[in-house]
Design a protein around this ligand. Structure first.
Ligand SMILES: *Cc1c(COP(=O)(O)O)cnc(C)c1O
Length: 454
């Protein structure tokens, strides 16, 4: 970027957008980039090219949906084109929604029935309504630093004893029914069940925190959730919106970590880049949704044929090619390369992630030594000398140098042609389109920028 920023096309487009769209954007996080967001012209493999012709290696990947990168394989492209040519949608069943359901049910152990919706937000809202309808209870437990989209039941922050809405416009009464607990803390969860057990409809959690840095589950945490839910007759809702068909490959994170949820929510990857969400679970539970049961769920665009075609062909492609081994290997190379770099230049920082998710967290404290440290990202190993200092909850991540990350580190990486998610909390993704050369160049940029810190 050699030109003056304020003469750039992106700057002018953003300036105009500020007069027409709230904050110039349609999703808040897109306004984060400093000094202004770039506008995309088009995608090219693992790269995006902005309106000024600058090319960046993209690790945002749509915030998760783009498993294959920006160029769709022919089979996916053809299937989408055919669906579009047939007519955009009908509000009448099509075969392709049945086929995508069959694919998901064949690969994800806990899922016997599905309902497709249009976003992760819709999926978690419907799953929580189902749990409330099924149990006849109102309270839910969520994780501090977890994310389940933008609806009233999950826009609550705080703790058991002091909690409130996390957004203006959410009535206090929702905060009475939603109890946030620290992730990875079995004792805190037990305490809530001891106090409110008979009122708890569900525990809602991601398999790993994927929207607040990346925090992996400590050994046994999900088993504790399962046991407490069984003991108190509550449902376990696993939010696999970001991890589904990314972590653990086709079996999803629940397969990788041996988690046994009652209900699972999906979105992102299963729509192949189009708006999607889904709720899945045991048939006996799922049939409580209308029309078979009395928990209302409906949607004009549910099971949209273009989305279903894109999702089905994307997952088929992933099944028939080395997609997961490719992205997971590159993820390992990135994370281990980053560990080597922080060892030299920023030993207090923590490399996190697994499979094709990664992030470098600007944590503030470090032990003297890297001996015994996880070599490809923190896996929450209790025997590691850094275990006590590695972030375990959303609060731990937020206590990092978030401003430095956003205001100086991110722009310096963008300047070098590496596009990271524009704050410390959002995960980054490797796609099937990334290459080893991309990873090497990216690591060089990290080293370059981190070696300049004072
Ligand atoms: C992205 C995300 C959501 C929200 O999905 P939208 O499609 O943006 O509504 C919910 N839960 C998790 C875990 C997510 O990562």
């Amino acid at each position: 970027m050699t030109q003056n920023h304020d003469e750039s096309t992106s700057f002018q487009l953003y300036d105009h957008a500020l007069e027409l769209l709230v904050g110039g954007v349609n999703s808040s996080v897109r306004a984060d980039p400093q000094p202004t967001p770039v506008f995309v012209d088009h995608g090219e493999g693992a790269d995006i090219v902005d309106a000024d012709g600058n090319q960046y290696c993209d690790y945002i990947m749509g915030y998760g949906p783009l498993l294959l990168g920006h160029d769709l394989p022919d089979s996916v492209r053809e299937s989408i084109s055919e669906a579009v040519a047939d007519g955009p949608m009908y509000g009448i069943p099509t075969d392709v929604e049945v086929k995508l359901a069959e694919f998901v049910i064949d690969h994800v152990d806990s899922v016997e029935r599905l309902r497709f919706v249009n976003s992760g937000t819709e999926a978690t809202a419907a799953a929580i309504r189902l749990a409330r309808g099924y149990t006849g209870r109102d309270k839910i437990i969520i994780m501090q630093g977890g994310y389940h989209g933008g609806h009233e039941s999950v826009l609550v922050e705080g703790s058991l004893d002091k909690r409130g809405p996390s957004s203006l416009g959410v009535p206090e009464t929702f905060a009475e029914e939603t109890i946030p607990v620290p992730f990875n803390d079995g004792e805190a969860l037990k305490e809530v069940f001891e106090r409110y057990g008979q009122d708890i409809a569900a525990v809602v959690t991601e398999p790993l925190l994927g929207n607040c840095g990346i925090v992996l589950p400590i050994e046994g945490y999900h088993e504790t959730i399962r046991e407490l839910c069984d003991e108190y007759g509550s449902l376990f809702i696993l939010d696999e919106v970001i991890t589904g068909f990314r972590i653990g490959g086709l079996q999803c994170a629940q397969g990788k970590y041996d988690i046994e949820p009652d209900l699972t929510t999906f979105a992102k990857i299963i729509g192949g880049g189009f708006p999607v969400g889904a709720i899945g679970g045991r048939a006996e539970l799922m049939q409580e949704f209308t029309p078979t049961g009395d928990v209302f769920e409906s949607g004009t665009f549910n099971g949209h044929p273009v989305t279903m075609a894109a999702g089905l062909e994307t997952l088929q492609f992933a099944k028939e090619h080395d997609v997961y081994s490719h992205v997971d290997n590159l993820g390992d190379q990135l994370r281990s390369g980053l560990v080597d770099i922080v060892e030299d230049y920023a030993p207090e920082y923590t490399v996190v992630g697994t499979d094709s998710m990664f992030k470098l967290l600007f944590t503030r404290e470090a032990p003297e030594t890297f001996d015994g440290h996880c070599r490809a990202g923190c896996v929450q190993d209790p025997d590691c000398p850094r275990f006590d200092l590695c972030p375990k909850t959303g609060a731990d991540v937020e206590a990092g140098e978030t401003d430095r990350w956003k205001r100086t580190f991110w722009p310096a990486m963008a300047e070098r042609g590496v596009l990271l998610t524009p704050n410390q909390l959002e995960s980054q993704f490797v796609s099937y389109a990334h290459t080893e050369a991309d990873i090497e160049r990216t690591l060089d940029s990290y080293q370059d920028v981190l070696s300049m810190r004072q």
